[in-house]
Design a binder for this molecule. Structure first.
Ligand SMILES: [Zn+2]
Length: 405
């Protein structure tokens, strides 16, 4: 198992609730940012312990590395408007709140302005306002705040239990306090894992090599064959669908989760697979996001990650192999990318093959495109069972609206 990214220790930023100062300023955080704060605190973005400072931000944007040279391609930042930035810039610490519940603390470092268009161009390699990642990025607020974040757990052993409720400790009269468990047991997010948890499982299984599979789709038989091709060679498989905000036309999170549950139950050797969800946003930054995806999976303990054609891409913004090429710029990454060619069903070969193993023309290949599937499911039609397992088609059909609108 590779070491945690960038060193030997995972970030584990928890604070006991009795240690919270009652008089802290409260900063409201949207749901998406809350997930990123959790990802920092749980160690998924190790070695980061908080939001980037100006020096690291500039370095990440300009050269895809932190100021200390460690590869890092996606800026992890907290944006606030200028007025709010002025209000909190002299605080040393603020409490973080979402949906009326305090869930964490942030040490306030420097605040700084940034050039949205220029930095977005560098991350997304386009300035087309129609690019969903670019669009979201340039609509950020004007000031970024640097600072370490922690999430709140119950006192005692650092692993809380039960969800929070109002009480006399901590910040009073400003909403209840949410408690995390360092093992995430109290989450309604059944399949979510921290890197500490996945590493423990990998160790218990005795796997030496484990392959991460990033997805934001329901599994076709082609995906299954790809994952199983990896399982022929490596010890374990870490299926890690990305749960979070996606674009219209993508499958909804529930649909993806239930499809995979059904697939693993019926078609996978359970002792060789970990299924866990990753709660972060798709940025559609193509190659740079592929590096980010690899870094997160190294933290989860994976030795390899499958990088697909046009990985984390959208539309025609990135060349199909840009996400492969970029790994050459980062030879020091411990997690190794696997560039499996995509599998398709070949009518001549009568099975699943790819360009390396089948000589037949396009006309013999059967693939399920997103467009084709959307069309079929919208009229209640099922894809043929050699392209999608019937259990999965049936699962999708139980949703009147399976796609993000
Ligand atoms: Zn063939």
């Amino acid at each position: 198992m590779p070491r945690p990214y960038g060193g030997n220790t995972l970030t584990n930023n928890f604070i006991e609730r009795s240690k919270i100062d009652k008089d802290l300023f409260i900063l409201d955080i949207d749901k998406g940012q809350k997930k990123e704060i959790e990802n920092i605190a749980f160690g998924i973005f190790s070695p980061l312990k908080g939001f980037l400072n100006e020096q690291d931000f500039t370095s990440v944007v300009k050269r895809g590395r932190l100021a200390n040279d460690l590869p890092w391609t996606i800026p992890i930042v907290l944006d606030v408007n200028v007025e709010l930035a002025n209000k909190i810039k002299d605080s040393t610490q603020v409490a973080l709140r979402t949906d009326g519940k305090i869930f964490g603390l942030m040490d306030i470092g420097d605040t700084f302005a940034f050039d949205k268009i220029e930095s977005a161009k560098s991350v997304f390699q386009t300035d087309d306002p129609a690019h969903p990642g670019f669009q979201k990025y340039v609509s950020m607020k004007d000031t970024l705040i640097e600072g370490e974040v922690k999430v709140i757990v119950n006192d005692s052993d650092g692993s809380g239990s039960g969800s929070g409720s109002d009480d006399d400790k901590g910040i009073s009269n400003n909403g209840s306090i949410e408690n995390y468990s360092s093992t995430l047991n109290n989450f309604d997010e059944e399949f979510r894992m921290t890197p500490s948890q996945s590493r423990k499982t990998i160790q218990e299984q005795g796997w030496k090599s484990i392959v991460a599979f990033q997805t934001r789709n329901v599994p076709h038989v082609a995906h299954e064959m790809l994952q199983k091709a990896a399982l022929n060679i490596y010890d374990g498989l870490f299926i890690n669908p990305l749960i979070g905000k996606k674009k219209a036309g993508d499958f909804k999170d529930d649909v993806i989760l239930n499809s995979y549950t059904v697939l693993i139950k019926n078609y996978y050797p359970k002792s060789r697979v970990i299924f866990s969800t990753l709660h972060t946003e798709m940025r559609y930054a193509g190659p740079k996001e592929a590096i980010h995806h690899a870094i997160m999976r190294q933290n989860f303990g994976c030795s390899h990650i499958i990088i697909g054609r046009d990985h984390a891409g959208v539309g025609n913004y990135y060349s199909p192999f840009a996400a492969h090429e970029i790994f050459k710029e980062y030879p020091e990454l411990e997690i190794q990318p696997l560039f499996f060619p995509a599998f398709y069903f070949c009518k001549k070969c009568q099975g699943y093959f790819n360009e390396r193993t089948c000589p037949h023309d396009q006309e013999f290949r059967e693939e399920l495109s997103g467009t084709k599937m959307r069309k079929m499911f919208s009229v209640g039609e099922l894809p043929p069972s050699h392209l999608m397992r019937p259990e999965i088609s049936q699962t999708i059909l139980t949703y009147p609206r399976p796609f993000v609108e």
